[in-house]
Design a protein around this ligand. Structure first.
Ligand code: GDP
Length: 443
């Protein structure tokens, strides 16, 4: 799927491949390709504009990293932005504190709403959550029959009151029945129309009001393209959705809807439908979707490789800075964060041979110290981080940082003087000497 999009993006990478760095000029070419690719893939115009602006800001702000090809760096940026727009991680279905969880299904006719209702029930059944399905589409008796048939197929009960009852009443009674039977989740299938329609919206709003669902899921046909944006906006404004299910991803060659839904509503896509069978439902993973949109099976590997090279190049740059004493508070903060990302200090220290004898108090002290440093550095201006020497000579700056970070002026003074000492040592090492150990590094 998304083949055309993949081709377009491929040519965007190619344009960058021969270049040796990312510049505002060569980025314009690549961005134009990405923009065209997304428009051709039927992504909504406004969504494309926002997306491109995001990529542009990140790419132009990104330092050119030596050793990483600009096209690789650019792929990574586009990929990251795609993942971010689509919500970063999978968001599971909400669960009520007191059962049953009520899920309201909304969407136009023919999008796969009834099928998705059954698919969701089967998915929940597989993780030991039992369901009751509720058929409220009284306008099309065939829709009630369809849900009953699907229910039999997956062995999940269906609550219905025929086609003469009021949909709001059916929904209310359905939830009551679910409660009485102690089921875990009640999924309410609702009537759709071929187009957005006042009556349909009004009815949905009344059902929602009556049953207070934990989830209101908009079922969106992935083939809808541009329209997915309008559809999402209208449903979200009129009834308020908590998420979406994107159907028919198996047959789609255009990925537009996937990008639009989250961007427009701010709500996550929770599942995707990938076939007509009841088993054909999968949790939505933004990373996987981003790979599919980029259209290269191995794009994840590519991105990982780019990331590795970026990390490596970053480490080399850092080492250079350390040895040439250009190391400043911004670099220091980066290193502190790296330490924090790696887990607790205790965990790291245990990995270093001979270092496992530090006692708990000492470790705790170390971690507290890290936090203090971080808080104080965060209160510094960009100039102060870059040039710690101005702090050594300005008590008023130190006082400002102290009050900003909640520490004493003397704490800030100590941080600055410790930092200067450390940098001095680094400089000596860089020049080939080591205090007290001349010649150790060959000098
Ligand atoms: P509703 O009117 O929204 O309830 O739509 P239905 O559930 O009746 O589905 C409409 C048609 O789309 C049926 O033929 C389904 O089999 C088909 N369908 C639903 N979901 C998918 C899907 O994920 N992939 C494919 N290929 N077809 C689907």
């Amino acid at each position: 799927m998304f083949d055309a999009l993949a081709d377009r993006l491929e040519s965007a990478w190619k344009k960058l491949r021969g270049q040796d760095k990312i510049t505002p000029a060569n980025i314009q070419d690549a961005l134009r390709e990405v923009r065209r690719a997304l428009l051709e893939a039927d992504v909504n115009l406004q969504v494309v504009k926002d997306f491109i602006a995001g990529v542009e800001a990140k790419a132009q702000g990104a330092e050119v990293i030596s050793g990483v090809r600009p096209d690789q760096q650019f792929i990574k940026i586009v990929y990251d932005e795609l993942v971010e727009v689509m919500g970063d991680t999978n968001v599971p279905l909400a669960q009520a504190e007191v059962a049953p969880t009520v899920v309201l299904m909304a969407g136009l006719q023919g999008t796969g709403k009834t099928t998705a209702t059954a698919k969701l029930a089967l998915h929940l059944k597989k993780i030991d959550r039992n369901c009751l399905l509720v058929a409220t589409d009284v306008y099309r008796p065939a829709a009630i029959d369809q849900l009953v048939t699907l229910g039999k197929q997956i062995q999940v009960p269906v609550f219905e009151m025929g086609s003469d009852a009021d949909p709001v009443e059916i929904a209310r009674r359905g939830v009551e029945q679910g409660k009485a039977e102690g089921v875990d989740t009640v999924i309410i299938d609702t009537a759709g129309r071929l187009q957005i329609d006042r009556d349909m919206m009004g009815e949905l709003a009344r059902i929602k009001e009556a049953v207070q669902p934990q989830e209101t899921l908009l079922v969106v046909d992935a083939m809808t393209g541009q329209e997915a944006a309008n559809l999402t906006r209208t449903f979200h404004e009129e009834i308020g959705i908590t998420g979406a299910i994107l159907t028919k991803l198996d047959g789609d060659s255009r990925g537009g809807a996937a990008l639009s839904v989250r961007q427009i509503s701010g709500q996550p896509i929770k599942f995707v439908g990938v076939g007509e069978k009841v088993e054909a439902l999968q949790p939505f993973y933004p990373e996987r979707m981003a790979s599919r949109i980029l259209g290269m099976g191995d794009v994840l590997t590519l991105v990982e490789k780019a990331q590795e090279e970026i990390d490596l190049a970053d480490a080399e740059q850092m080492q250079e800075k350390i040895l040439s004493a250009k190391f400043d508070f911004t670099d220091f903060l980066k290193q502190l964060r790296l330490l924090k990302n790696m887990g607790s200090l205790g965990g790291i220290i245990k990995m270093i041979p001979g270092m496992n004898k530090l006692n708990a108090d000492q470790l705790k002290q170390g971690e507290t110290q890290l936090k203090r440093c971080e808080a104080m550095i965060k209160s510094m201006t960009a100039q102060e981080r870059k040039d710690p020497d101005i702090l050594a000579s300005s008590p008023s700056r130190r006082r400002r940082i102290a009050s900003g970070s909640g520490y004493k002026e003397s704490d800030v003074a100590k941080l600055v003087s410790d930092f200067q000492k450390m940098r001095g040592l680094m400089q000596q090492m860089g020049q080939g000497g080591f205090p007290g150990m001349p010649g150790m590094f060959g000098g």
